[in-house]
Design a protein around this ligand. Structure first.
Ligand SMILES: NC(=O)c1ccc[n+]([C@@H]2O[C@H](COP(=O)([O-])OP(=O)(O)OC[C@H]3O[C@@H](n4cnc5c(N)ncnc54)[C@H](O)[C@@H]3O)[C@@H](O)[C@H]2O)c1
Length: 394
């Protein structure tokens, strides 16, 4: 095991802060010894933001040019948390320099670029992983365990949604999130989390059908200041067209059944509602991120009569809460930020060579990110062909 691991985060925006914080708290969850974790640098082209984020989370310095992170001899592990279109160039340079890389989702913008990134990750001596954090939600992990241990059994159908409303206002400023073709909007942004969640529970999506997109707000004003995440800042009178989707919906087929997926960034009143209802051989279960500390279970008895819906408060018997939260008691609540901490700990365990059996589950591979883009492209192809069924091509 190395004596120390130096950490840097590239991108100090909405998710960059979550990464910066997670590396700090990662050693407080999970089990087993770790080297000294040295918080080295936060890098952002917005220097003030980089400096403020570095100071807030205890990093020694800040940078404004990501090449300085690539060339930094005191940095071993880097989170890449910038706009999707920038992931490939930065990740490729980091891997070539021997850095371990945790890249945000979606892996990149196109399947072709994703293939190149997968090949680079396979060639690299260092570790390259992807940030599908929702796999770390204790409720979703608990439902997956109930499916896999036979309590719920084989999944027959699933209803999954991710409602957000960050784009509801027509004066929400233009940002990288609104640029690109249909399929690079809500579907890539929040939909990549959701397709991964559906596959986490039900297995690989093999085909999609009924693909459709809707863009309600077709132009947006340019910001007059730096935009972080979904923030509203003062805007100019100048507008730019929005090319991508506010809403996407489609059907899916997976090995044992089928389902419906819908995502939106204009779902008024739902700032962050990822939810699933999963129907299985022996019952059903649901999870809604608005109530992240609970799952709802309905277990059939002998496949016929049902016990009725039971709301279960997540506690130390559930994944990630034992050896995880500071107060590991039922009903203490969990949040999206916790997922970043568990993700960072799992990444550190892999870097130091701890076997997966003694670690939190490993982070997603770049190949999972490529697959997510292949699902997205099948939805685009379906939408372009009147909703016709399209195979997800490997
Ligand atoms: N896992 C999650 O739950 C989650 C949540 C939100 C975002 N994300 C992902 O994280 C990534 C970033 O999203 P965000 O919402 O934080 O974006 P953001 O717009 O809030 O922040 C991006 C930051 O990158 C900086 N930046 C731009 N170009 C740069 C460069 N060349 N070098 C260094 N910094 C640069 C910007 O100044 C900005 O501060 C995206 O890939 C997004 O999909 C993941």
């Amino acid at each position: 095991m190395p004596q120390r691991l130096g950490i840097a985060v590239i991108g100090a925006g909405m998710a960059g802060r979550a990464h910066a914080s997670a590396w700090r708290t990662a050693p407080t969850v999970g089990t087993g010894e770790l080297p000294d974790i040295e918080l080295v640098s936060v890098c952002d082209i917005a220097g003030d933001l980089a400096a403020a984020t570095a100071a807030r989370y205890g990093y020694s310095r800040h940078d404004t040019d990501w090449h300085d992170i690539v060339n930094a001899s005191d940095v071993d592990i880097v989170s890449v948390v910038v706009a999707n279109s920038l992931h490939k160039e930065i990740v490729e340079a980091l891997l070539a320099a021997g850095k371990h890389v945790l890249c945000e989702k979606p892996l990149t913008d196109t399947v072709d670029d994703a293939r190149v990134m997968v090949a680079s990750a396979e060639r690299a001596d260092s570790i390259a992983r992807l940030g599908f954090t929702f796999r770390r939600a204790p409720g979703l992990a608990a439902i997956r365990d109930l499916i896999n241990d036979g309590t719920l059994g084989t999944v027959s159908h699933i209803n999954a949604w991710y409602w957000t409303d960050y784009a509801c206002s027509p004066t929400a400023p233009m940002s990288w999130r609104y640029k690109g073709e249909l399929g690079t909007g809500a579907l890539a942004d929040v939909g990549s989390h959701l397709t991964d969640t559906v596959e986490f529970l039900a297995g690989p999506i093999q085909s999609v059908s009924g693909g459709r997109f809707h863009t309600a707000i077709t132009s947006r004003p340019l910001p007059l200041g730096h935009v972080v995440g979904h923030d509203h800042v003062e805007v100019s009178d100048e507008y730019e067209p929005v090319g991508n989707d506010d809403y996407a919906g489609f059907g899916v087929e997976f090995p044992t059944g089928s389902g419906v997926i819908q995502v939106s960034r204009i779902a008024a009143g739902h700032p962050n509602s990822l939810g699933v209802e999963v129907f299985c051989a022996n019952g059903s279960a649901s999870f809604d991120f608005r109530f992240p500390g609970q799952i709802v279970l309905n277990q059939s008895i002998d496949g016929a009569a049902a016990t009725g819906l039971t709301t279960i408060q997540l506690g130390p018997d559930h994944p990630y809460i034992a050896d995880g939260l500071p107060m590991a008691a039922p009903g203490v609540g969990v949040g999206q930020n916790d997922g970043f901490t568990f993700q960072a700990r799992a990444f550190l365990d892999e870097v130091v060579g701890r076997p997966e059996a003694e670690s939190l589950p490993r982070c997603a591979h770049f190949s999972d990110g490529l697959h997510a883009l292949q699902v997205r492209d099948a939805v685009i192809a379906s939408a372009n062909d009147n909703g016709t069924t399209k195979e997800v091509t490997a």
